[in-house]
Design a protein around this ligand. Structure first.
Ligand SMILES: *Cc1c(COP(=O)(O)O)cnc(C)c1O
Length: 386
């Protein structure tokens, strides 16, 4: 089976992890701050808070932005459930904004419409989570302009997008948002096995997230709410969690970051090759906005409706039977049973449903060989015209 995504682990990565195993600290040592600094520097952010997953990062990001009961969080339906669940963790309500039919990202026109309506109804969102699907950045300039007008805060879910650029600058530099979140799950671009990070240019948000990642406990006298009793003293000043990243994970991340730019460049080579090989097939290849340099976590094709006899499901099944580990990113979140119970109907977000009925993620990872890629294309040809 050729998987849709896969990590690359080198001898250097392994040595870096083993070195930590033989050191004094398996957790709460020097590697996590080093990894944070490395990512922050690479993407052009001032502060970084490493955690055990992007899901945790989204949670503490929303808490740091004071999302709570009676607030609304909006995001796209076409994302992993974590981009929406973070709102529910905070006791907020979640709603969605339909996607743009070309980029498959949250559509700024739809966002504007919904904001106008919400202003009339008195239920404007407090936080909008902009997800850079497959690594292609959202239209952040428009979203930022709307946030200035309507007063919501912006979290970029850049789980797919580390190493990608928007308007020529790395995603994560915070020019258009409050906080950006990365995932280091093995299918993503850079891995720490499990892991995530939140980056920001706001020192207050960074220290709040650092507090929340570790029980809400501080040893910093400046953060304490009363005088310390003595040098052993720590205070719990907020209700936090244990969302810490280990030193082993950070060491792997540091080692992987050395290859980030190469990883993304390789993904672009593969995407360009797919674009060429698929040009004559009845599929829509991913459109790239001229403002964007995608991280290319995913390569999503869409079947052209009505142009082929086999159904979307038949094409998908045929590819799986031929050993191609295709996937579908994503089942629109509002159609998940848990969300359906909140009253969402599938056709509340029609573009997302069109996308869902046509999209297929082909294998895309930096270790994919041209030979494997040719196998994928031949299998797709077979699946489309059996
Ligand atoms: C993978 C992913 C997450 C969650 O990442 P974890 O590190 O597995 O918690 C969140 N949002 C999106 C868009 C993702 O793809």
């Amino acid at each position: 089976m050729i998987p849709y995504g896969r990590q690359e682990i080198t001898r250097e990565d392994i040595d870096a992890v083993v070195e930590v195993l033989e050191s004094d600290f398996l957790t709460q040592g020097p590697k996590v701050p080093e990894f944070e600094e490395k990512v922050a520097k690479h993407v052009g952010a001032e502060f970084a808070v490493a955690v055990n997953s992007a899901t945790s990062a989204l949670h503490i990001a929303c808490l740091a932005l004071d999302l709570g009961k009676d607030d609304w969080l909006w995001t796209t339906p076409v994302t992993f459930v974590a981009s929406a669940n973070c709102g529910l963790y905070c006791g907020a309500q979640v709603d969605f904004v339909d996607i743009d039919p070309r980029t498959y990202n949250l559509c700024p026109d739809a966002l504007q419409h919904k904001l106008e309506q919400a202003e009339t109804d008195g239920c404007l969102p407090k936080v909008v989570v902009a997800v850079h699907l497959s690594g292609q950045p959202c239209n952040m300039a428009r979203i930022k302009a709307l946030s200035d007008r309507y007063g919501f805060r912006i979290v970029e879910d850049a789980s797919h997008a580390i190493g990608g650029k928007y308007q020529g600058e790395f995603i994560g530099n915070g020019r258009f948002s409050d906080i950006t979140v990365f995932s280091f799950h093995p299918v993503k671009i850079v891995t720490t096995a499990e892991g995530g990070m939140a980056v920001t240019n706001d020192s207050a948000l960074a220290s709040r997230m650092a507090l929340l990642r570790s029980h809400g406990i501080t040893r910093d006298p400046d953060q304490m709410t009363r005088e310390p009793d003595g040098p052993w003293y720590y205070q719990q000043v907020d209700l936090g969690f244990n969302y810490r990243m280990t030193e082993l994970q950070a060491a792997l991340g540091i080692s992987q970051m050395e290859r980030l730019d190469r990883f993304v460049a390789l993904r672009h080579q593969l995407a360009q090759r797919y674009d060429e090989l698929l040009a004559d097939l009845p599929v829509v290849t991913p459109w790239q906005h001229p403002d964007s340099y995608s991280g290319l976590h995913l390569y999503v094709i869409r079947l052209k409706p009505g142009s082929i006899t086999p159904s979307h499901r038949e094409v998908f099944e045929s590819l799986r039977e031929q050993g191609i580990g295709v996937n579908l990113h994503y089942i629109p979140v509002h159609t998940q049973p848990y969300y359906e119970r909140m009253g969402f109907e599938p056709d509340d977000f029609p573009e997302s449903m069109h996308y869902y009925r046509e999209a297929i993620s082909l294998p895309m990872f930096h270790g994919l060989t041209y030979e494997q890629q040719d196998t994928v294309v031949a299998a797709l040809q077979q699946a489309l015209a059996p």
